[in-house]
Design a protein around this ligand. Structure first.
Ligand code: 2M8
Length: 429
C-alpha cells in the first residue's frame, strides 16, 4: 500500500526528477551512486538502483544486475566496487586494492540485497517472459554468491557469517565497529582522501578510521586474497547483523525464485540448511538486557552494544521471534519519535550518536525501506506506514541527497544520489 499516493503536480515533479537522476548517473549499463564522490559501480547501490530503473525501463534494470554479476569472482564473491573505468575523483582506487581479476574490483563484498531485488523484479515485471528469461540466466550466479558467503565467511558452520571490513557492511563508520576497528593497526603510508574534496569533513569518517580501513585493504592484498589465511588472521572480524539479515532474506528469496522458475539444483538444499542454521544461531546476537539485536566482535566474542538501525533488519529477514517482533515494533516507534523523521542509523539516545556524521546517526532511505517492508510483512502496518510517510516528507523537503540529518531533515553527503532517487520511485511516489 502507498499512503502517499497523491496525484499532485509535486509528486509528478519528484518522479520526473528521480528518473532524471538515474539517467544522469547512468554510465552505460551501470549507475554510479553519484558523480565525483562515487564514480564506480557499487554492489548494494546497484541492486537498490535497479528497483528505481524498473519503474520506467525494465531492460535497463536487468542490465544493472547483469553488469554487477559480470564482475563476480570465480569463487562466487560479488565485489563491493567494480572499477569499470578509471577515475581520479575517488580513493582508494583499483591499484590500492590490487585485485587481478578481469573486471577490476575491490576484494570484499557488500550486503547481498541483489537476490531479493531480482525476485521483486520478476514478480512485478510488465514483460513477464523477458523477465523470466533474465532471472533464469542470473539465477546460478546468485546461488554462487550466497554459497560464497556461507562457505568462505562461515567455514565453521556457526550460522553467522563474518565480515572483514567496515566498508563491507556498507555502514562504514557505524559506532558498532568502534571497538573492533580500534584493534586494527594504522596503515604506514601517506595518502590523500578524495572524499573530503566533495563533502565537508564534519559529515565523513575520521582519519583514524581511514587509517585502519586502509590497513585492512593492504592486509587482503598482502595475503593475495587467500580466504583461509584471511579467515584465520584478519585483525577485524565481526558478525554484522545487517549483512546476516540481508543474506538470510536473500537466501529465502533464492529458494522462492527457484520454485517459481522450476529449477532443480542440489545447491538449493545446502542453502536451505544454512537458512536453518542462521535461524537457530541468531539468538546469540540478541541482548536480553537491551532487548535488541547487536553485532558481535568475533575476535573478542563481545557484543557491540550500541543500537544501530541494522538490528531492525532482522524483521526484514524474518529472523525475529514473536516476542522480539513486538519489542522491535515498540522500539521502532520510540526510535522514530526520537528524531523528526523515521529511523536514524544510530539511536538518537546513544552517546555515540552524531546526526551528521555518515553512518553514526543520519537517515538512509534504503535502510528505512527495508525496515518498513519488514514491519509490513510481519503485520505491523501502522509502523510501516509511518516510516513511509516520514521518508516521503524528507524527499519533499530535501530531494535526493545521499542521506539526511534526522533532526532537521537537511540533505547531507552527495547530491542527486541514485539509491535515494530509486527508493523514491519504488516506494514513496
Ligand atoms: C559509502 O561507502 C564508500 C566505500 O564503500 C565510501 O565511503 O567511500 C557507504 O555509504 C556505502 O554503503 C555505499 O555503498 C557507498 C556508495 O554509495 O558509499
Amino acid at each position: 500500500t502507498n499512503v502517499n499516493k497523491v496525484n499532485s503536480s509535486e509528486t509528478a515533479a519528484l518522479i520526473k526528477k528521480a528518473k532524471e537522476t538515474l539517467v544522469a548517473n547512468d554510465l552505460g549499463g551501470y549507475t554510479v551512486p553519484t558523480h565525483g564522490l562515487y564514480p564506480f559501480q557499487w554492489n548494494w547501490d546497484s541492486a537498490i538502483t535497479a528497483l528505481g530503473w524498473k519503474h520506467f525501463n525494465e531492460p535497463r534494470a536487468w542490465q544493472e544486475i547483469e553488469v554487477l554479476l559480470d564482475g563476480q569472482w570465480d569463487n562466487g564473491m560479488v565485489p563491493h566496487i567494480l572499477f569499470h573505468q578509471d577515475s581520479t575523483t575517488y580513493f582508494p582506487g583499483p591499484d590500492v586494492w590490487g585485485s587481478d581479476k578481469r573486471v577490476k574490483s575491490t576484494s570484499i563484498s557488500q550486503p547481498p540485497v541483489v537476490a531479493s531485488v531480482v525476485k521483486d523484479m520478476l514478480e512485478t515485471a510488465d514483460d513477464k517472459t523477458f523477465a523470466r528469461g533474465k532471472a533464469e540466466s542470473l539465477f546460478s550466479s546468485l546461488v554462487d554468491y550466497h554459497l560464497w558467503w556461507y562457505k568462505e565467511r562461515d567455514p565453521l558452520n556457526t550460522g553467522l557469517v563474518v565480515s572483514y571490513h567496515p566498508w563491507e557492511s556498507g555502514m562504514d563508520n557505524s559506532p558498532a565497529w568502534d571497538e573492533a576497528l580500534a584493534a586494527v593497526p594504522c596503515v604506514d603510508w601517506e595518502y590523500e582522501r578524495r572524499d573530503l574534496g566533495h563533502v565537508d569533513s564534519s559529515q565523513r569518517p575520521h582519519k583514524s578510521e581511514y587509517d585502519r580501513f586502509l590497513f585492512l585493504v593492504d592486509f587482503f592484498k598482502k595475503h593475495k586474497f587467500d580466504s583461509e589465511v584471511i579467515f584465520n588472521e584478519c585483525p577485524y572480524k565481526v558478525n554484522d547483523i545487517g549483512i546476516i539479515a540481508i543474506l538470510h532474506k536473500g537466501s529465502k528469496d533464492i529458494l522462492a525464485l527457484g520454485e517459481t522458475l522450476g529449477i532443480q539444483d542440489e545447491r538449493l538444499d545446502y542453502i536451505a540448511e544454512r537458512i536453518a542454521l542462521t535461524q537457530s544461531a541468531i539468538s546469540t546476537l540478541w541482548c536480553p538486557e537491551a532487548q535488541y539485536f547487536y553485532c558481535r566482535n568475533v575476535l573478542t566474542d563481545t557484543l557491540c552494544k550500541v543500537r544501530t538501525s541494522a538490528g531492525m533488519l532482522t524483521l526484514f529477514a524474518g529472523l525475529a521471534n514473536t516476542e522480539q517482533k513486538e519489542i522491535l515494533n515498540t522500539k521502532a516507534q520510540q526510535w522514530n519519535a526520537a528524531s523528526q523523521y523515521c529511523i536514524a542509523s544510530t539511536h538518537p539516545e546513544e552517546s555515540r550518536y552524531e546526526p551528521q556524521r555518515y553512518w553514526r546517526g543520519p537517515i538512509w532511505l534504503h535502510i528505512n525501506w527495508m525496515i518498513a517492508l519488514g514491519f509490513e510483512n510481519e503485520g505491523f502496518q501502522q509502523t510501516a506506514d509511518k516510516l513511509q510517510s516520514d521518508c516521503r516528507a524528507l524527499v519533499d523537503l530535501s530531494g535526493y541527497y545521499e542521506y539526511f540529518n534526522p533532526e532537521t531533515g537537511a540533505g547531507c553527503g552527495g547530491k542527486d544520489f541514485s539509491w535515494t532517487a530509486a527508493i523514491a520511485l519504488h516506494w514513496l511516489l
